[in-house]
Design a binder for this molecule. Structure first.
Ligand code: URA
Length: 438
């Protein structure tokens, strides 16, 4: 190793405000992957990056090195175009489940590798696993073959995918360095670009229920993601979307799968479909299967109206070992033992539904994980949730709680009564799509 690549020298150069070279960044990522840098050196490096930042070439070099720390899928067997989307995550965000088959039904292959997510509610994989038998742990060989056959796969991260991110994310989590735009960007893109997509669309959420609370910060992340993906040769756009109230009317794993199936049957909630179409349009445009937003929208709508998207979802569930009967009969999804409505204490207009309050109630019910090793209860959550702007009568249901025990039900009821605020006058439905970056 050249002395310039000793950990202490690389750390000191960043500490002093210099831009790092590709070799220096590669040495840092190698150090994280093979253990040749000690945890204290990796942590010091993460903190200097957090404090000093990184420019686009440095962030691209970091992303590339992290991506190449593991397996990079070769999908040359899957005919182009191939597109994927990534969401920074939000409460009730089940969009991937129905968007992926809609886009696949429009002729674009969707290779989607998702994380499990340590959120208040489960991630995409947890939602899919509420379908009895559905297997998210495919090998890369199985993933490639399935993509070739049905042009759609939704699987979990394997240990070979960007292992440097696993090490660095664990250190960031305990060193106060998670909220760094270059580190977040490299972490997201290293995994997404290793899965073999040709173009990428990001859903970067901001607001109370989002990872990024602040809109300006979310925009900065969106711009960084787009610049870095483009610099690495993967066309990308990002849609900035609000996450102050939950997306749709269901929060919880099986309940969200049922809502996604409704979306595929043309009965999806308006807000969920608005975000779905905004992301799908960009996926079709970047994939060049539509020339305008309007054409892309028409194709996506037709995929639902014709039943082609629902059929793609059926193929996906069958290919990954799930019980396809849940599609026609969602009562076959896991059902909670207890169901109870939260009654409106008076008549009025829904002024607010606090996404974080709903998320914490879902977590209390067992729909998410407080710690990585926690087990999820797929059946529990919140359904039939009112939306901001709706009128409710005295005693009408604000939502229905699905619980596995009385204590959790009582506590969730208290939390949800606080999360839903009623007012005297009608309020406008909040704007969801803020901006398209890229
Ligand atoms: N999601 C990721 O995968 N990585 C981050 O650093 C933040 C969100």
């Amino acid at each position: 190793m050249s002395s310039a690549l000793f950990p202490q020298h690389v750390i000191a150069r960043k500490r002093d405000g210099r831009s790092l070279t590709r070799d220096e960044i590669a040495a840092f990522v190698r150090g994280a992957t093979d253990g040749s840098w000690a945890d204290y050196q990796l942590s010091a490096m993460l903190m200097t990056i957090f404090l000093r930042g990184m420019d686009t070439p440095e962030t691209a070099a970091l992303t590339e090195a992290m991506m190449r720390s593991g397996f990079v899928a070769d999908l040359s067997n899957v005919a182009p175009p191939r597109a994927d989307k990534h969401s920074t995550g939000g409460v009730g965000d089940k969009v991937s489940l129905h968007l992926a088959p809609m886009v696949a039904a429009c002729g674009v292959a969707v290779p989607m590798i998702s994380g499990r997510g340590l959120g208040h509610t489960g991630g995409t994989l947890d939602k899919l696993e509420s379908i009895p038998g559905f297997c998210v742990n495919l090998t890369f060989a199985e993933y490639r073959t399935q993509l070739e056959k049905i042009r759609l796969a939704l699987i979990g991260q394997t240990a070979e995918l960007a292992p440097a991110d696993k090490k660095l994310y664990a250190l960031r989590d305990v060193t106060g360095t998670v909220e760094s735009i270059p580190l977040i960007c490299a972490s997201i893109l290293a995994k997404k670009l290793a899965e073999g997509t040709q173009v990428l669309v990001g859903d970067v959420k901001f607001g109370r229920g989002a990872f990024m609370k602040d809109k300006a910060k979310a925009r900065e992340l969106a711009q960084t993601l787009v610049s870095v993906a483009n610099a690495m040769g993967t066309p990308m756009r990002a849609v900035l979307t609000a996450m102050d109230e939950p997306l749709g009317r269901a929060v919880g794993n099986a309940l969200e799968v049922a809502e996604s199936i409704d979306c595929l049957k043309g009965r999806g909630p308006a807000d969920t479909m608005e975000v779905t179409f905004a992301l799908g349009e960009q996926m079709l445009l970047l994939s060049k299967v539509a020339a305008t937003k309007e054409e892309a929208r028409r194709k996506l709508e037709a995929s639902v109206a014709s039943g082609a998207a629902l059929q793609k979802f059926r193929e996906l569930v069958a290919a990954q070992g799930g019980d396809v009967r849940v599609i026609d009969d969602p009562t076959r999804l896991p059902q909670a033992r207890l169901k109870a409505a939260v009654a409106a204490p008076r008549a009025g207009f829904v002024e607010d539904v606090d996404a974080m309050g709903v998320a914490l109630a879902a977590l209390r019910l067992g729909a998410g994980r407080a710690k990585a090793e926690d087990k999820i209860d797929h059946a529990v959550g919140i359904g039939a949730l009112v939306k901001i702007g709706e009128r409710v009568e005295n005693g009408a249901a604000l939502c229905v709680i699905h619980a596995s025990n009385e204590e959790a039900l009582a506590e969730a009821k208290r939390m949800l009564t606080k999360a839903v605020v009623l007012g005297e006058t009608s309020v406008a439905t909040p704007m969801l799509i803020d901006e398209i970056v890229g």
